[in-house]
Structure formats: C-alpha cells, structure tokens
Design a binder for this molecule. Structure first.
Ligand SMILES: *Cc1c(COP(=O)(O)O)cnc(C)c1O
Length: 377
C-alpha cells in the first residue's frame, strides 16, 4: 500500500503508541483523583500540555485539550459570540466544514456571517479582512493552511489588522500544526485549533490555544477538568500521545519540510509535464510541504481514485468528509474552478514517511490510470 492521504489522517507512530500504552492498561486512574497513580496520569497530561505549547511558542496554561479539531473550532465560534455580545463572524469560503457548518448553524440561531473570497490561488487577502470588519464583529476566523489545496494564509498580517481594530482572531491550524513553524505571538492570534491525528498522533485528541487573559466561556459543562474550561474526564492516553507527537513533529521540522517539499515538487513537475490535460490547484509555493492537488481535464476524480485504489494507492478527492456527497469541492469552487475542473481533481498528501520510490510508483500509476480513463471518453 502507498499511503498518500496524510491530510485526512496520519499513521500513529511507535514512539507515540509507547507513550500512550500505560494509560490504556495499568495506569487507568482518573487524572483528577488524589492517589499516586492518578497523580502520574495527571502529570502526563501536564507534560503533554508543555510539549503542545512549546510547538507554537505558547505558555502551557494557554492550551486546553479538547476531543478534536472540530470541537475546538465549534467552541471558539460559539463562545466568541457569547464573550463579546456581538453577532458577526468574519470567515472565508475555503474553511474546513468544522468552521463552515458551525457558522451555518450559528446563522440559524441569529448570528451574521461574512464569507470572504480567496484569490484564484487560494490566498485570502488581509485587505479583504480589513474591509469586512464592522462594529458588530465578534471574531475573525481564517485557517492557517487549507486542507484541500494546501494554500498558506497571511495569518500574521490578518492578525495584525484584527489586533489594531480590537477584534478577536482565531485560526484553524489543524493542517499546519506540526508541519510548518508556528508562533502564536508572531501570528497575532488569540485562538488556534490543532488536532493530534494530523501529526502522527491519535484520533480524538484536539486542543484550543486561548491567549492568556481571555475568559472564553466553556462549550461543555460538567466537571472541573482543564481548569474548569472543558468538562469531561481527560483522555489521558490520547493527550499523552498528542504531546509526544508534538514533540517529535518539532524535532528537525525544517529538514523534514525541505525533504517533503522536494518530493512534492518532483511529483507536481512530472504530472504537469507528462500527463496531458493536468493542472495544479492552489498556490505553487505558498502551500503545505506535503500537499499536491491536481485536476485532469475530462476525467472524474472519483473514478481515478478507484483505479488508484486498485493499485494500492490511497489518495482523496479533497475533503474526506465530502467525497461521498458527489458535490464539487467548496474550496475549488471558491477559487473559481469550473465544475468539470473541480470534479477532475484529486489530492495526494505526503508525509515525512513518504519515500521517493513511493512517489515514483504513484506517478506511474497515476499516468496509466489517467490515460486509461481518457481512452474511455
Ligand atoms: C482535519 C481537520 C479538522 C478536523 O479535525 P478533527 O480532529 O478531525 O475533528 C478541522 N480543520 C481542518 C483544517 C482539518 O484539516
């Protein structure tokens, strides 16, 4: 099998599993309890908080563990309205559904949402954010990097504008966290979402960075876990694994990124040069190291995936969550691609475990499959 769907989820690595295992077996105590084994579980959670904070130059006290990136996104959108008493959210048309579907629900509940257009390469301009800000804006939410086309947004500039205007700023960094350098101070963000399973950690462990001094109302009420900010018995194993995954992602990030980017560019260049009718979606350089998103003229992306699957290659049409709906991608539509070009798109997402041999084999399979499908048309 050649796994090229790392934007959907990643392999849980052995060192991460190792850190998690004790908390799934012998060390099962509730970390909130008052005996020795509970204290050990509690310190594992606090150690993970330090590791996760260090990756974005935050303080441990600014990290709250959640059940997923989706929960973190929903929490900040809903609670920023409550915190400020204002009714508008400014976001973009290319956000993950964890933002967009939540915004739609908040609109049904009476909120107002402005959806900004990206440029044709998938970049949101800071000026468009400035123009969208109104006196009733509670929160701006712009993703750090897009999950379908990998485009990296000018977060620092957008954050600077929000800060200047006194508006809270959130970024969904689920695709970026652990993959590109992030510093919450430099980014001018008040809130940041991340998720363990996108960086070789376990599924079901997320975090929300909340800048010190902001009393974001909770989404979940119950026990006093996470300093009263997120109720529910802590997922000790998941959180410990998240911490280890964050630590490992930080080690040699620059070298890993250079290597993955080189593989990505080899794959993109060969596709564009040798496969007729191919085109790249997203920005040529302002994109995540591992993201390849290409369209093939006159071909159905989902049929292409079926042929690739037959050859043991795992790829995606884009958002894992919408590939079954049959609708063209909301991201490709928002960057102005025609329906046919959007339907002919596939995403190949590489990781630090991807090899040159795998990339070459995937390219050969891709070229043959596209040619086979073109012959049928
Ligand atoms: C995967 C993803 C999410 C959702 O995170 P989960 O932990 O799977 O809920 C949110 N936003 C982006 C950009 C993602 O890629």
């Amino acid at each position: 099998m050649i796994y090229l769907d790392n934007a959907a989820t990643t392999r849980l690595t052995e060192p991460v599993l190792e850190v998690m295992l004790p908390f799934l077996t012998s060390e099962y105590a509730n970390p909130s309890a008052a005996y020795g084994s509970a204290r050990r579980a509690g310190s594992a959670v606090e150690r993970a908080r330090e590791q996760c904070a260090a990756l974005i130059a935050a303080e441990p006290g600014e990290i709250v563990f959640t059940g997923s990136g989706t929960e973190s996104d929903n929490w900040v959108l809903r609670s920023a309205l409550l915190l400020t008493g204002k009714r508008r959210i400014v976001t973009t048309k290319i956000e993950h559904h964890a933002i967009l579907r939540c915004c739609e629900q908040l609109e049904r509940e009476g909120a107002a949402v402005t959806y900004l257009d990206p440029d044709p390469e998938g970049i949101v301009s800071p000026e468009s954010v400035r123009e969208a800000l109104t006196d009733d804006t509670a929160l701006v939410s712009v993703m750090t990097a897009n999950n379908e086309i990998g485009s990296i947004q000018p977060i620092r500039e957008i954050g600077g504008i929000c800060r200047e205007r006194g508006v809270l700023f959130h970024t969904d960094a689920v695709q970026a966290y652990g993959h590109i350098p992030l510093d919450v101070g430099e980014m001018n963000v008040d809130f940041l979402s991340a998720s363990a399973h996108k960086l070789h950690g376990p599924k079901g462990a997320g975090l929300l960075y909340i800048r010190k001094g902001i009393a974001l109302p909770p989404l979940l009420f119950g026990g006093a876990q996470e300093d009263g900010r997120r109720a529910g018995t802590s997922n000790t194993a998941g959180i410990a694994g998240f911490g280890k995954a964050a630590e490992m992602a930080g080690e040699g990030m620059a070298e890993k990124s250079v290597r993955i980017t080189a593989l990505r560019d080899i794959l993109v260049r060969r596709i564009l040069k040798e496969i007729p009718g191919s085109s790249l979606n997203g920005h040529p350089v302002k994109r995540l190291p591992g993201n390849v998103n290409v369209s093939f003229a006159g071909i159905s992306g989902s049929e292409l995936l079926t042929l690739l699957d037959g050859q043991g290659i795992c790829a995606s049409t884009g958002a894992a969550c919408s590939s079954s709906s049959g609708k063209p991608s909301h991201v490709l539509t928002a960057v102005g691609k025609s329906r046919t070009r959007a339907n002919g798109a596939i995403r190949l997402s590489l990781s630090d475990e991807t090899t040159r041999e795998e990339v070459d084999a995937a390219f050969r399979a891709l070229k043959e499959s596209v040619s086979a499908l073109s012959m049928l048309n």
